[in-house]
Design a protein around this ligand. Structure first.
Ligand code: C2E
Ligand code: MG
Ligand code: MG
Ligand code: MG
Length: 292
């Protein structure tokens, strides 16, 4: 049999394809067990007021420490979770974990603004999502205005009438909503008119070219002008240098996130920084003045 496949010339191709597929299947199975085996945890990356350097919020980012493969990127395991149907339980875990952590910080009198949690499209497609969310908030005791949900622009394409109704319900609970990776999806601008949204996050691929690419500059400026005119808070992702921060501010965007300020860090590290900040500046400014 081996000789035959080699004769046909696709033996190696066939094998590598099989290995790749088997790796995906194995990883999918491992992910299923990862939740119960404490291999998943959250890191937090600060969202910054560029004018003052103050933290206005924290984005929760999932991490997977695989016992054999080591750290696996969420750009690998989140899509895997979406394909295997794991995203609902993984997403709920992330929400619960972030809300409990937020409550812990509040109990310690540590101001953090809001926690932003990424939500995948299949989670929102579930009709029960809004009531599950309400339940998780009640269970954790985190007041809703300390929570923000990030939804990628790409996922908006799949939204139907029911999903949008759920978003309205979620927002009426006092939770804010941000569109993530803005500028990379294929959504219609009509969504910006119809969706109950508080914030736009400019995808970091644009910020990457802000210093020397005038197309990136034009797109960034257009997103900031449009977002501000519509009354949204606009946040620049991927601020990797002081020059990046100054450039987006020159376009009147005063919120940012990026390695220049801080990489995502574990909860203990964040707790230490919050404690220092609270000691030096007890008056904390919320990310969104309450306008609702
Ligand atoms: P995202 O929501 O756009 O998160 C921002 C990503 O950009 C994070 O990557 C962060 O580490 C990275 N980043 C932040 N600042 C910089 C910078 O200055 N330069 C560069 N090069 N990168 C920067 P990360 O943690 O690898 O997450 C990747 C994506 O995985 C996230 O993109 C999000 O779409 C998804 N993800 C992570 N955790 C979750 C989760 O709990 N649920 C869902 N549904 N998706 C998640
Ligand atoms: Mg995000
Ligand atoms: Mg993003
Ligand atoms: Mg992204």
């Amino acid at each position: 049999y081996r000789a035959k496949t080699e004769d046909l010339g696709y033996h190696f191709f066939d094998t590598s394809l099989t290995n790749q597929a088997m790796f995906q299947v194995r990883l999918g199975n491992d992910l299923r067990g990862a939740l119960n085996r404490d291999q998943l945890f959250l890191h937090y990356q600060p969202l910054i007021d560029l004018r003052t350097g103050e933290w206005i919020g924290l984005e929760a980012l999932a991490r997977w420490q695989h016992p054999v493969e080591g750290a696996i990127s969420p750009t690998v395991f989140i899509p895997l979770a979406e394909r295997t149907g794991m995203i609902t339980s993984l997403g709920e875990w992330a929400l619960r974990e972030a809300c409990q952590q937020g409550r812990t910080w509040l109990d310690a009198n540590l101001g953090f603004g809001h926690i932003a949690v990424n939500i995948a499209a299949p989670q929102l497609a579930h009709r029960g999502f809004a009531s599950r969310l309400r339940h998780i908030l009640q269970e954790s005791g985190l007041p809703p205005h300390h929570l923000e949900l990030e939804i990628t622009e790409t996922s908006l394409m799949h939204f139907d009438h029911e999903t949008i109704a759920q978003l309205r319900e979620i927002r009426s609970m006092g939770i804010s909503l941000a569109i993530d990776d803005f500028g990379t999806g294929y959504s219609s601008l009509r969504y910006l008119k119809e969706l109950p949204v508080d914030a736009l996050k400019i995808d970091r691929s644009f910020i990457n070219g802000i210093l020397d690419d005038h197309r990136d500059q034009a797109i960034i400026r257009a997103i900031i002008d449009m977002g501000s005119s519509l009354g949204f808070s606009v946040i620049a992702e991927g601020i990797e240098s002081e020059a990046h921060g100054q450039a987006v501010q020159a376009y009147h965007c005063h919120r940012g996130q990026g390695f220049f300020f801080s990489r995502p860090a574990d909860a203990d590290t964040i707790t230490r920084v919050l404690a220092n900040q609270t000691a030096s500046s007890p008056a904390f400014h919320p990310a969104y003045p309450d306008t609702r």
